[in-house]
Design a binder for this molecule. Structure first.
Ligand SMILES: C[S@@+](CC[C@H](N)C(=O)[O-])C[C@H]1O[C@@H](n2cnc3c(N)ncnc32)[C@H](O)[C@@H]1O
Ligand code: SF4
Length: 487
């Protein structure tokens, strides 16, 4: 399939310093969750509903290796900070079995239109939400379907998410999940302060309960155990954060993943302005130092730290996405899919309701809310934005995927990041320096597609609805003194 022609908005070139500053100004938006405001920045690439099946089939026909993500939108309670697609917990019981039936229908839909049986899975994540909340029989149905519909790369691991509460209360379920062949498990710890956890609406029973959850996970047999920690909350001090990190080390996980709080679209959105990028940088650097000293390794800017030699710590699904830009199919409510040339969002991301997703499948359609046919420059930006999960861009895989070197594609941006000491060459990668980590939101914006850069240049700070004054010609403006980086 050919690339879409880029619009004139995606053929502009803006001065790197202005984009860099715009990324910093919008540091709560300029991150790995790409693209930004796709309703506007990508509207000219939208595929019409009648063409969803044919365009999807064409986009996937030559893809041999891919990742699979299955989304489970159920949680016991909704945390105030959560950005994910989760339905009202009061509806869980009513929907659970129906939802798993729908997932199987979605597998079947793709099997008909994509010949997925010939494709090899290189990674499989069952995420959410809280997939461990679902019945084991239902998770087993999904694992079975993945086996039936795809070839599996030998040694490929499945990864699944749980909360501490489920690991504490249902040890037999955790053991049954392991027996299903799920080898990696990830548990959200987030923070260890009881009062802050309560303010965040998190079901947390204190540190001893975490120890119990870990005992159950280890007793079940898991040898690849990750915990998630979050920073950048309003009201969370650097001392709180250090304390959460130190306590978490007592849990002795194999991996620790740090999530910077993303405010957009959450119940805490209005608190974003209380958290500065300087505080966030201080928190990341403190964590990096502490974790490395404790034997958890990661290059600067990477979010997942691993204590297992030769193991990067992320699931096979995510590792391939980050390093190679491997295409992935996302099934379930609000899930995202990416082939080289298309990006799709399933029904339900915004409304968090299963009914429209159900309706599309009942009508024999792919349950897509939006499908975009991408130009090469947007697909590149997507791959690079995701690369920043590891704080670096793999130059070999970029060139393999797009047939052009990173340097030939981004000469101005690369000159800027090298001369400002924000990135450096390390092995096969262009990697963030420790200084670059502090300015990561500015750096990542340099690799965004021009239409998204225009959006950052023009939009006011905050998360309000935004419409471009003009879509063709951007008006870059210089803003805000106070950058520490020399001109
Ligand atoms: C889909 S959740 C699954 C984990 C499980 N449901 C739990 O909460 O324990 C994956 C992780 O995303 C992170 N997360 C949730 N909301 C976030 C947000 N608004 N910004 C950044 N990370 C977030 C949390 O660290 C969470 O553990
Ligand atoms: S953070 Fe985890 S438990 Fe909380 S609402 Fe989000 S997915 Fe559910």
């Amino acid at each position: 399939m050919k690339w879409h022609q880029p619009t004139s908005a995606d053929q502009q070139a803006y001065p790197p310093r202005q984009i860099f500053k715009a990324g910093l100004r919008h540091h709560h938006l300029a991150n790995t969750a790409y693209p930004i405001n796709h309703n506007w920045t990508m509207k000219d690439y939208r595929v019409s509903r009648a063409d969803y099946k044919t365009v999807t089939a064409r986009a996937w026909q030559d893809i041999a290796e891919m990742g699979l993500y299955v989304h489970i939108p159920f949680c016991q309670a909704r945390c105030n900070f959560c950005e994910y697609t989760v339905i009202d917990p009061a509806e869980n019981e009513r929907w659970e079995d129906i939802y798993f039936d729908l997932l199987l229908q979605e597998f079947e839909q793709y099997s008909q239109s994509l010949t997925i049986r010939k494709k090899t899975l290189i990674g499989f994540d069952i995420g959410g939400g809280t997939p461990a909340l679902a019945k084991v029989e239902n998770i087993a149905r999904v694992v079975e379907a993945a086996r039936t519909y795809f070839q599996w790369q030998p040694g490929m691991e499945i990864s699944l998410e749980t909360t501490p509460l489920i690991a504490i209360r249902q040890p037999e379920k955790i053991a049954a999940l392991y027996r299903l062949g799920i080898e990696r498990i990830s548990m959200g710890v987030q923070i260890t302060q009881l009062s802050l956890a309560q303010r965040l609406g998190r079901q947390y029973k204190g540190f001893d309960s975490l120890l119990e959850a870990v005992r159950n996970i280890r007793a079940a047999g898991f040898k690849k155990f990750n915990i998630d920690l979050m920073y950048g909350f309003a009201g969370q001090s650097v001392a709180d954060w250090r304390d959460s990190l130190a306590k978490s080390l007592e849990l002795e996980p194999d991996y620790i993943t740090l999530y910077q709080m993303r405010y957009k679209g959450t119940r805490l959105q209005s608190q974003a302005a209380q958290v500065s990028k300087e505080t966030i940088a201080t928190m990341y650097h403190a964590a990096w130092k502490l974790l490395n000293q404790a034997g958890y390794q990661a290059p600067p800017g990477k979010n997942t730290f691993s204590r297992l030699p030769g193991d990067v710590g992320t699931s096979n699904y995510l590792t391939n996405r980050v390093i190679k830009g491997t295409p992935y199919l996302g099934l379930g409510l609000g899930a995202q899919s990416y082939s080289h040339q298309t990006l799709a969002y399933n029904q339900g991301a915004a409304a968090k309701q299963i009914a429209p997703y159900q309706k599309a499948l009942a009508a024999g359609q792919l349950p897509l809310q939006d499908l975009y046919h991408l130009p090469r420059v947007v697909s590149m930006a997507k791959m690079i934005a995701v690369s920043f999960y590891f704080g670096e861009i793999n130059r070999t895989y970029f060139e393999q995927k797009f047939g052009v070197t990173l340097e030939a594609q981004y000469p101005v941006a690369i000159d800027f990041v090298l001369s400002e000491g924000l990135m450096e060459y390390r092995g096969d990668c262009l990697s963030l320096t420790p200084q670059g980590v502090s300015y990561y939101n500015g750096v990542i914006a340099l690799f965004y597609a021009p239409a998204v850069q225009q959006h950052l240049l023009e939009r006011p700070v905050g998360f309000g609805k935004w419409k471009p004054a003009q879509t063709q010609q951007a008006q870059p403006r210089d803003v805000g003194p106070g950058l520490k980086i020399a001109a």
